[in-house]
Design a protein around this ligand. Structure first.
Ligand code: FES
Length: 578
């Protein structure tokens, strides 16, 4: 590695060539504050909070590449005053309803103000846009809190290549806007929520449904069932001070019971059901040769991305509903009958790591006889808020188990939470079904890990080869789709998760500020926890889940059969490209 020597605050240090001054200082334990900078996503150097003195000049350290012999001062009066002035100017045009802001306590503007000892808002004057965009079922935009750092624009455009939002207008009138200033709900936004994860303040947040769920729980005429996605259990603990990657499955179940849910089910059961249906669909498409490659459809952000950008590929998407939608349909069509309750009085709440699931939950086609399969979707963050509001001592809860018959999932279902998980779960089942033999090792490590696009060829015992691609992050998905359009790539099976890392880093997960995110590999820690959870299960393949077998025997009949199709499959629609 090529290195250079620089002076930081009078101390000579050696850093890798190409390092920014901000990174170099942080490596030496000098914590320069920053706001607009977000590693690999936004390097606009617009906020000027990270300035340092180099010779006579004040320069933003986040984009300044260190050079041999450079002398940098990070803590002079001039530096401190410049940083303070920049933050005070931001505060002068910032909605200061901090006490009631969803990011209060986790707001980076608040943190930086505290770090810089800002005790009053020095500048007062005209306020810019106060508009709130409440039209989306998934994401709320509050322009009065926006500091125009551009991190959301980088996440949406550069990382996800969705480009639903960008800078518009000039000077004091500058805003972050959709095309033609339409509401987000009428844009190409796929609701992945990566803009929320990138936002340092409360200008972007999920559309909360906490009050609606409290109301359902308080209604004596309602039977309220909850189900939890795999990725929630490896992240929820972070909201209660537990280390990143702590598994809190049992505590989560216990907390949900204390909140008053009548049944606590596991969406992993729905994931196993998805594998039964999607695995069968894959085998049937392989034999007919139609609509290949089969593309997974568990991720609603990816589905909407295809609907907007590649509508001629809609037939490639699996017709399977996503796991929590399947489970919602089963709760209302099967479980309701089992316990003798009118499905109209059953409320299904899904706890998801994802904001796009809110949009998905409201899709008309995911309903039957006027009832949505899923009534409310709460993010991991919203669940944490409810637990805190209820005064539950989460960290000290004793583990409890899910309810049955819809509460047991296999290890294959748990790994749906990480990139590669759906493919691995499907391959475990498809291999055994086609061979009639038990797999010696259930782990398909080739589809694991954080490479943006992972390719693998799986050979089935009948000699059939399945060329597989596993993709996470929509930027990578677009690259793969374009390569396929050009005929450069060809597959039989493609798994896509819209969020980088998969659902473990979904837009509804706990938000760690930019500083913490650069020190801890959040995705790797949460993924590790997901795979440990898989190893801890006695049943690790979807088709071996005894409750899934019973459901087919007792109610559904065959995978991909008539009733399964009616309840568990859906269709998609082409949407506008702008
Ligand atoms: Fe460097 Fe904003 S200019 S963090």
């Amino acid at each position: 590695m090529d290195t250079i020597k620089i002076m930081i605050d009078g101390h000579e240090v050696e850093v890798a060539k190409g390092t920014t001054v901000l990174e170099a200082a942080r490596q030496q334990g000098v914590d320069i504050p920053s706001l607009c900078y977000l590693q690999s996503i936004n390097h606009s150097s617009s906020c000027r909070v990270c300035v340092v003195e180099v010779g006579p000049r004040l320069i933003a350290s986040c984009t300044l590449i260190a050079e041999e012999g450079m002398k940098i001062q990070t803590n002079t009066r001039k530096v401190r005053e410049a940083r303070k002035a920049s933050v005070e100017l931001l505060l002068s045009d910032h909605n200061q309803e901090c006490l009631s802001c969803s990011r209060s306590g986790g707001c980076e503007l608040q943190d930086v103000s505290r770090t810089l000892n800002i005790r009053k808002v020095t500048y007062t004057g005209e306020k810019s846009s106060q508009e709130k965009d409440l039209a989306s079922p998934a994401i709320v935009r509050d322009a009065s809190k926006c500091i125009l750092c551009g991190r959301c624009v980088g996440a949406c455009g550069t990382m996800q290549t969705v480009g639903a939002i960008g800078f518009a207008k000039r000077g004091f009138d500058t805003v972050i806007s959709t095309a033609f200033g339409r509401p987000l709900a009428e844009s190409t936004c796929v609701n992945c929520g990566q803009c929320i994860m990138a936002c340092p303040v409360g200008a972007l947040s999920e559309r909360e449904n906490i009050e609606e769920v409290w109301n359902e729980l308080a209604d004596p005429g309602k039977y309220v069932v909850v189900q939890t996605a795999p990725a929630v259990r490896v992240a929820l603990g972070e909201e209660f001070g537990l280390p990143v990657g702590t598994r809190v499955t049992g505590k989560m179940v216990a907390a949900l019971r204390r909140l008053g849910f009548d049944k606590v089910f596991d969406a992993n059961f729905g994931a196993d059901l998805t594998i039964m249906e999607e695995g069968t669909e894959l085998l049937s498409r392989l034999s007919s040769g139609e609509n290949l490659p089969l593309m997974t459809s568990c991720c609603p952000g990816w589905v909407k991305f295809i609907e907007h950008n590649f509508p001629d590929r809609l037939n490639n998407l699996s017709t399977c509903k996503s796991p929590h939608e399947m489970e919602g349909a089963i709760v209302k069509a099967f479980f309701a009958g089992k316990i003798g309750i009118d499905p109209k009085n059953i409320v299904v709440v899904s706890i998801m790591p994802c904001t796009a699931k809110k949009f998905e939950g409201a899709r008309e086609e995911l309903s039957r006889e006027g009832l949505q399969d899923v009534d409310w979707v709460l993010t991991t963050r919203e669940l944490a808020s409810m637990i805190k509001e209820a005064g539950i001592d989460f960290a000290n809860l004793k583990d409890e188990a899910f309810d049955n018959p819809i509460g047991q999932g296999s290890g294959a279902a748990v790994i749906f939470g990480a990139t590669g998980g759906v493919a691995e779960a499907a391959l475990r089942t498809v291999f055994e079904i086609t061979s009639g033999q038990e797999l010696a090792t259930v782990e398909y490590t080739a589809v694991r890990g954080m490479d943006g696009i992972k390719e693998n060829v799986i050979e089935l015992p009948n000699g059939r080869k399945i060329r597989t691609a596993v993709v996470h992050g929509l930027g990578n998905a677009r690259r793969l789709m374009e390569a396929m359009e050009l005929g450069e790539k060809s597959y039989e099976f493609i798994e896509v998760m819209a969020c980088p890392g998969g659902c473990i880093a979904g837009g509804g997960q706990p938000i760690l500020n930019a500083g913490a995110s650069s020190r801890i590999d959040i995705k790797a820690e949460r993924a590790k926890a997901i795979y440990t959870e898989d190893e801890a299960q006695t049943v690790r393949k979807s088709h071996n889940n005894p409750f899934i077998k019973a459901l087919y025997e007792e109610f559904l009949g065959e995978p991909n059969g008539h009733l399964a199709h009616e309840l568990l499959h859906t269709h998609y629609m082409a949407r506008s490209k702008v």
